[in-house]
Design a binder for this molecule. Structure first.
Ligand SMILES: NC(=O)c1ccc[n+]([C@@H]2O[C@H](COP(=O)([O-])OP(=O)(O)OC[C@H]3O[C@@H](n4cnc5c(N)ncnc54)[C@H](O)[C@@H]3O)[C@@H](O)[C@H]2O)c1
Length: 395
């Protein structure tokens, strides 16, 4: 008997649409799970997006007032894909309404907001999930399995990065995302959240950090109020304004296990397009993976190889999830397939009534590392990672 789980999505932009496609495709890709998401309602402030959701994605209804979703008994899960500045208000309200919550990273506009959101969900006792999709790539899962089996030996080094192209155009408009007042942090919350999650997923908790930041594109053309999108360009002689949050964050990190590493993220770099990647080295071997080539893993396991050096492994249907989406070997998955796996695993947790991972406690552990990096920018010293968890269960 299929298990129907009612979904309400708040924010129907890039992520809202990606999550909705993922929910829709679960019954066809994973029929054996019996999970049947029901797209009950969508909320967005843009009426055309509501029309798109209802007419093209199969949502039963839509509204410009997200609060209406919380009153619907048929909705079991609130999926938050609205801008970061809204995460806290939406998540706290959803928790108070007793809804299970999936929230996109970074789960709040700043680390303190993540702590408040984690507390609200903990008090409400709801199941939570978070959009660290890169950990769901089948070859990342395989790498973690190899780590847990001890095939690399004790991990000694880890290098994580997320280099994205989205801010590299110097004529890209000064949209809200480049302004500290409107967006909060820059790449610390946008890209470093993914790099920290991958690092902690593979190597365990980060214990201390020393970090630097930089704004490489200091001025951008001013947008005309009410016109244009984030991806529109100005002209070389347009009036400009100052970028006030960081394009780049670099950090040296020490894990609680003793593993040493670096994490580096940038939105204005030339060359990489979406290089969310890691290299790790242990006492007995090494691995390297890059989202730009997500179906390829570089492996070095000298005890198991006849020749020395990295060997490339291709993803295939022997790996969990992959065969459901595309059978055979060397048939590639893409970005949105990680979102499908993410949605499936979250709904499996909801159906089973068990806490999920990554959840808001993982988001809090992530934000606690980010907060230590931000403290290090000021102190110019190593900073211990201190949990931002707000104790207590009082309402
Ligand atoms: N995991 C990932 O790989 C990934 C990628 C991109 C974005 N994200 C995260 O997803 C979230 C959304 O990012 P996006 O790129 O989809 O943004 P977007 O701008 O494409 O979409 C946001 C949507 O929210 C709507 N919205 C704004 N205010 C609203 C309100 N009060 N009520 C309802 N809807 C409202 C907007 O109209 C828009 O349709 C962010 O938190 C971002 O960090 C995650």
């Amino acid at each position: 008997m299929p298990s129907s789980i009612g979904i309400g999505v708040i924010g129907f932009g890039w992520m809202g649409q990606a999550h909705s496609r993922s929910y829709r495709s679960i019954p066809s890709y994973f029929p054996e799970t019996g999970i049947a998401p029901r797209l009950v309602a969508v909320a967005d402030t843009v009426p055309e997006r509501i029309d798109l959701a209802v007419n093209n994605f199969g949502f039963e209804s839509g509204t410009t007032d997200w609060r209406q979703l919380l009153e619907r008994d048929e909705i079991d899960v609130i999926d938050i894909t609205a801008p970061n500045a809204l995460h806290q208000e939406l998540a706290e309200a959803a928790a108070a309404a007793g809804k299970h919550i999936f929230c996109e990273k970074p789960v709040g506009i700043e680390p303190k907001a993540t702590a408040a959101i984690e507390r609200a969900a903990r008090i409400a006792g709801v199941i939570t999930g978070c959009g660290y999709n890169y950990r769901w790539a089948p070859l990342v899962q395989y790498t973690r399995q190899l780590i847990n089996e001890g095939r690399f030996g004790e991990l000694t080094h880890y290098r994580g990065r997320f280099f994205s192209m989205y801010g590299r155009d110097r004529l890209g408009l000064l949209s809200w995302r480049f302004l500290q007042d409107e967006a909060g942090y820059g790449v610390l919350s946008d890209l470093m959240a993914h790099a920290i999650d991958m690092a902690q997923y593979l190597c365990g908790p980060v214990a201390r950090v020393v970090s630097v930041k930089e704004i490489f594109v200091k001025e951008r053309p001013l947008p005309n109020p009410g016109e244009g999108t984030h991806y529109d360009r100005g002209k070389p002689d347009d009036p400009t304004g100052a970028v006030t949050n960081e394009d780049y964050v670099g950090a040296m990190v020490e894990f609680a296990s003793g593993t040493r590493g670096t994490l580096e993220v940038d939105r204005s770099i030339f060359g990489p397009q979406s290089s969310m990647a890691f290299e790790l080295n242990g006492a007995k071997g090494a691995a390297a993976w890059d989202h730009e080539k997500l179906n390829q893993l570089q492996l070095y396991l000298p005890e198991e190889q006849a020749v020395d050096g990295f060997i490339e492994v291709l993803a295939g249907d022997a790996l969990p999830h992959q065969g459901n989406i595309v059978p055979g070997g060397g048939n590639s998955l893409g970005y949105e397939d990680m979102k499908i796996i993410e949605a499936l695993e979250f709904l499996k947790s909801v159906e089973a009534g068990r806490q999920h991972h990554p959840d808001f406690t993982d988001a809090l552990a992530n934000a606690s590392v980010a907060a230590a990096m931000a403290r290090s920018w000021e102190s110019e010293r190593w900073e211990d990672v201190v949990s931002l968890r707000i104790e207590g269960s009082e309402a």
